[in-house]
Structure formats: structure tokens, C-alpha cells
Design a binder for this molecule. Sequence first.
Ligand SMILES: *Cc1c(COP(=O)(O)O)cnc(C)c1O
Length: 432
Amino acid sequence: MNRKRSILAYEDALRYIPGGVNSPVRALKSVGETPLFIKKANKETLTDIEGNRFTDFCMSWGTGILGHAFPTVVQAAKHAVAMGSSYGIPTLRETELARLIVDKMESIRKVRFVNSGTEAVMSAIRLARGFTGRDVIVKFDGCYHGHADHLLVSAGSGAATLGASSSAGVPGAFVSCTVSLPYNDAEAVDELFKTRGREIAAIIVEPVAANMGVVLPEKDFLQHLRDVSAEYGALLIFDEVITGFRLNVGGAQQLYCVTPDLTTLGKIVGGGYPAAAFGGRDDIMALLAPDGPVYQAGTLSGNPVAMAAGIATMNELFSVNYHTKLNARADKFNAALKAIVYDQDVTVNHTGSMFTIFFSAYKVRSFADAKLCNQERFGRFFRYMLAHNIYISPSQFEANFISSAHSKRELSRFLNTVKDFFKSETQHNTNI
Ligand SMILES: *Cc1c(COP(=O)(O)O)cnc(C)c1O
């Protein structure tokens, strides 16, 4: 495959942009590649500046649940942008999208829009601290909650791929207010709360982890977090930036029947435009400025183009059986995938339309398990898929996503290419 133009574009980008990218994982460093430069995308297909086509299983990290450039979303955004792209003054669309969210997510009684998942989480945490008058936040190893200072402790995702579990430039005092525990470890939670329970403002968790690869919560783990936090007067925050509107309309909280106090949303909620949100209990949200003492603001928050795209997206997702159909197709796909990998020292974790292929023979139920994966082999797998025009999420510690635009043909092509990859490995080994 000719990727000369992307390589030149990368060299050019490196002159002006640190690392040539505006978000680290895009550099494809951990998989031994250089970035693709994309010209356009439609449905499940990316086209790079050379005209190469790739079937996309990253989908802008789960943002594109309807597929790229979904017609009604494009129409809504076009219509909105022609009427002015930002006013810094309220619009009807903000209330409309807020109502759609409040109607579907029972735990969210009030919601505020921001521009990114990072901002949503940062604001929710400030709110939790303001509400409880406490400082300590509990998170879980391998869960990623954006790049706010106090959350870059044992963060998964890009931070994990770069081999830095934390970041330079984060004051020690901030980190000392964050405790990170192993995911799915209810006992560790109990122990911490027994000694420091009354200092803890909130537990924040990805109810289904996606930033150490897909890791499901074990039976009762989320309910346990609910019970312990309530007992000690701490809040429970579900970071549903990935899972919100992905697994179903009500989020992972609906699927697992656990009600958090606050929820963060992102990725899908802006329909592919920069928007995210946080919301929850009335009495907590009432503390936000201008009504309360917890300050939070944003020039582009509730941006009219992003709101229009978000509303158009919700209208599709809320149509009858949308998730039932998508999840059924994804389940079938994952069953076929699991059958292909069963004797390959590989573990597939999946729920709904998100999945990760871990290059490890062991069960993956925590970040420690995920880190046992053979990353070199994952790198070979990524490069093999790319060479066969399939773009998967470029890290062992990320989820892959199926959109409702993924055709049966492309799903089978993915499965066949995976099969061929394992064959190519065997041939390679025999040659040696
Ligand atoms: C992507 C993500 C974030 C951060 O969102 P950005 O829009 O990238 O700032 C936060 N939490 C989770 C669970 C995410 O997946």
C-alpha cells in the first residue's frame, strides 16, 4: 500500500505540532507506525489523503455510533452552521438536547453541556468536592477520565500506551488527593473506606472500562461501589463518556441497575462535534454557578452546531430497537471472533458494540491483567490489519467499536483478516 503522502504530511506536521499530532495515541508510536492523514470518511470507511480506504473499527474512539457522516446529522449541522456557529447566548437546542438526555437517563435530573469529556469529568469532580466539602477522589487503575491533573494517576489509554502511568507537570499535592485502586477489587475499596471514608468526596469509575481495553465490571462490583459510597456520604460518579448511548439509551447504569449521583457523557452526545455533558441529582447540580458556589463556565459550551448534531444523533439512537439491532449484530460478530481466536493465546472481551482483542491467554478483569498482554504481538496485529485496509484502535489498551453503518460484508472481512493474521503467524514460525 502506498502511504507516501501520509508520511510526507507527518514530516510536515512534525515541524509545527509537537509529535505531529493533537492527541498522543494518533501518532501510532506504540504500534510502530506513522499516522494516517485522513481526507474524508463515510459510513464505516476512512479515506486517507492518498485515496487508500480503511474500514474503521476505532470510529473516533466510539464517537461515530451511526457511522461517519450520517445524513441527518450532516444535514442538521449544515443547517445550524449557516445560522451562525456560536453566540455565547442560550438557544432552544440546548434545552432540547438536555430534555432528551434527562428523559432517557433516570439518574440525570439536570445536565450541563461542556466541550470535552475531560471538561465534563473535571467539572463533575469539582462539583462532588463542593457538595461534600471533601477532597479525596477514588478512581481505578486503567480507567481514563480525561487529562485533568488530579486524574492522571494510573490512567489507562494513551497514558498507559506511552508507558507513563502519570504525567509530568502534575503537582504532587493534586495527586495526593487521588487514590487509585484495582478495578473489580471490592475488598480494596472496603479497606480504603474503613480508614479514610470520611475524607472521600467521590468514587469515579467507568462502569464498563474501555480505556484499558474493554473490561467488564464483575457481578455486584458497581452495586458495591454504590453501597459503600452511600454509607460514607461520598458521591458515586459514573464516567459514561464511552458507554453513554453506546450500550443502550440509558447507559451502563441502566444495564447494571445501579444509580450514580453524577454521570459524565461525551463522545456520542455531540454527534461527532465537540460536546460533552455532566449531570445528575437535582440537589447536587443546584450547587453550580449561577445558582450555587461551584464555578464552571465555557465560551463554546452548548455550541449550537454541536447541539444540532447531538439532537439529530439522539433521534436516530432513540428510534425503536436501535441498540437491540446493533448489539445483536455485534454479539454475533464477537461470537465468531471468539471462535477464531480460541486456540491463539488471545482473549476477547466484549459488551454490546465494543470489544478488545487482548493478546493474552488469561482472563482480563483489571489493568494488571491487561498489562500482561504481548504488546509486540499486538503491534504486529495492528500493522497486519492496517496493511489489509482495516483500522483498529491503535493500542492494546483501547476498545474497538462497531457502528450501525458497519456492513455484514465488512464485518466478515474483519473476521477473515483476523484468521489470516493467525495463519501468517504460523507460517512465519514454521519458516524460522
Ligand atoms: C474519552 C474519554 C474521556 C475524555 O474525553 P475527551 O473528550 O477526550 O476529553 C473521559 N472519560 C472516558 C471514559 C473517556 O473514554
